[in-house]
Write a protein that binds this ligand. Structure first.
Ligand SMILES: [Fe+2]
Ligand SMILES: [Fe+2]
Length: 157
């Protein structure tokens, strides 16, 4: 068993975000906002287990080039700031009349920046965070920690 299993959670998150973007393209702003709220909740739950449960274990690995804990946590914060801005923009989109096409394009442009931050973050976890966690844990501990990470997200359903 490997912490790379958690890439399944990333995939599920990416899928949810795409569903949100699909509803934006259809100008269904109620649905887009609802999906963004679900995504926000799931992303926060995932970040919480990474920061509270996994980060203390990761720190056993000592200093790792390109992977100090502040990098991961700083990226989490930046991702959440993006999501707060999207929620505000979406709220305004719902209220305004007229042709929303340009405003949707502007939001999608911002969301593209968010997606590239997520990609960068996922890559850092795939290449640095998860392999280090694999190195500093034994099979039993890995199984227990990974199970708790999945449980944090499945409780939301
Ligand atoms: Fe992650
Ligand atoms: Fe993360």
């Amino acid at each position: 068993m490997s912490f790379a299993e958690l890439l399944n959670v990333h995939e599920r998150l990416n899928e949810l975000f795409l569903l949100h973007q699909e509803s934006l393209l259809r100008f269904d702003f109620e649905l887009a906002a609802g999906l963004l709220r679900i995504y926000d909740r799931e992303l926060r739950a995932h970040m919480r287990v990474e920061e509270d449960l996994l980060m203390p274990v990761y720190e056993r690995a000592g200093k790792i080039a390109g992977g100090p804990p502040e990098f991961f946590i700083g990226e989490h914060r930046r991702m959440l700031e993006f999501l707060e801005r999207f929620a505000v923009t979406l709220g305004a989109l719902k209220g305004k009349g007229g042709d929303p096409a340009r405003r949707v394009i502007r939001l999608l442009d911002e969301e593209a920046k968010f997606k590239s931050l997520c990609e960068h973050h996922d890559m850092r976890e795939r290449n640095i965070f998860f392999p280090a966690l694999d190195r500093v844990t034994n099979e039993d501990e890995r199984r227990e920690l990974i199970g708790r990470c999945f449980a944090a997200n499945s409780q939301l359903e």
